[in-house]
Design a binder for this molecule. Structure first.
Ligand code: GLA
Length: 387
């Protein structure tokens, strides 16, 4: 960590003139173990914060100018805007995420000053490990600390979600921001996205590693079918509300849902909501099995989650399905993670099989798809903070 801080100070100094009075912050990425596309339907999710993510080194300015530079997007150079004109600007690219968070603070009346911020992420962009929410929470903890604003952590997560919903225009749920804001070392978070009640569940994996494999197929959520899925589940809710007194799909049991097939004329809407309801139940059962130490059962729920995302929710793709198929023989459980359409899979693999997993899955994937995947052995870390 000290080496990283030293390097960031040097990089900051090269970009912004000197390293005096700088402070360093970190926000992790996240991986979701199960409970996919259930957050925005009021269901449960089970994510955890990773030990890689986004670093930010910052210094306050005395004027109202914000200057930002990302080592991952150095071709974009320094992007600059004024606190008096915080508006979405396509050409500002990644800066729109932190900008949205700044806007949230300003609209609550917090007096901010300008800042110089240098950002470096060791989390791949567009890989479904939530580089965007990581940037949002990074900005959140920077502002909270620099301007000594006393803000509840869950409120900060909600502000970051609002920034993404209203400023960037992706109708995401709360999962990513919550996992990144609230993460805890070696724990996953069982979160009820309706009430925001949550519980830290220790990840006792008994000789298993969490292997994340990136398809290296990039996608951005703004141009994916993410918002379309949200609309489809909204339609399903309206249909089911004719029969049930529910405010969200997360309140419905699978038994009640399955007794209501005749309400649906559109099979697509039926399938979408079958995923929402079944995934929510699966998540609860999976966490229960993990708490009892039954990792095999937990893994089987992961496999079932992938099948449902592939067949009912249709958010997988050839690359994700190929990886999952290749990973299955080596894994206790494996599924796509994140929004889908590309991005990563997550697998639970016996420690002794990790090397073989990487070798075989790597080779066979490249044969089938034409380029290599990337592997990460995940460690579960803490949420966003100053370092
Ligand atoms: C993205 C969104 C989350 C969640 C997942 C799917 O990561 O940002 O809110 O909906 O997709 O589970």
């Amino acid at each position: 960590m000290d080496n990283m801080k030293r390097k960031l100070r040097e990089d900051f100094s090269r970009t912004f003139g000197s390293k005096d009075n700088t402070r360093v912050f970190f926000a992790p990425g996240r991986v979701n173990l199960i409970g996919e596309h259930t957050d925005y339907v009021g269901g449960h999710v089970f994510p955890c914060a990773l030990n890689f993510g986004t670093y930010g080194i910052v210094r306050k300015r005395s004027d109202r100018t914000v200057r930002m530079f990302s080592a991952n997007m150095d071709e974009k150079g320094i992007i600059e805007f004024s606190l008096d004109e915080v508006i979405f600007d396509e050409s500002h690219d990644w800066v729109n995420y932190p900008k949205g968070v700044i806007k949230e603070f300003l609209s609550l009346g917090h007096p901010l000053s300008g800042m110089d911020i240098y950002v470096y992420g060791d989390i791949p962009n567009g890989a479904g490990l939530s580089s965007s929410a990581s940037l949002e929470l990074l900005m959140g903890v920077i502002i909270e600390s620099l301007f000594e604003i006393d803000i509840d952590r869950i409120e900060l997560c909600k502000m970051s979600q609002r920034a993404e919903n209203n400023f960037v225009g992706v109708n995401c749920g709360i999962m990513d921001q919550f996992a990144i804001g609230m993460g805890k070392t070696d724990c996953a978070i069982l979160l009820d996205c309706d009430t925001l009640n949550y519980e830290y569940v220790p990840l006792v994996l008994k000789g298993l590693s969490i292997i994340i494999t990136n398809t290296n197929k990039r996608r951005g959520l703004a141009d994916s079918k993410y918002n379309e899925r949200r609309e489809e589940t909204d339609k399903a809710l309206a249909i089911l509300q004719r029969k049930f007194d529910i405010a969200s799909l997360g309140e419905l049991s699978l038994v009640d849902f399955e007794s209501s097939k005749d309400l649906f004329v559109d099979d697509v809407i039926y399938k979408r909501s079958r995923h929402s309801v079944s995934e929510n139940e699966r998540t609860l059962k999976a966490v229960e099995s993990l708490m009892k130490g039954d990792l095999k059962l937990f893994g089987s729920y992961m496999n079932a989650s992938h099948a449902s995302l592939r067949d009912d929710y249709e958010v997988t793709c050839k690359e994700l399905d190929t990886l999952v198929m290749l990973a299955e023989p080596f894994s206790v459980g494996v599924r796509m993670t994140g929004a889908g359409f590309g991005g990563c899979i997550v697998a639970l693999v016996e420690d002794s099989k990790v090397e073989e997993f990487k070798k075989v899955v790597g080779l066979e994937y490249e044969k089938a798809i034409g380029y290599k995947p990337t592997f990460y052995v995940a460690s579960i870390g803490d949420g966003a903070r100053e370092i």
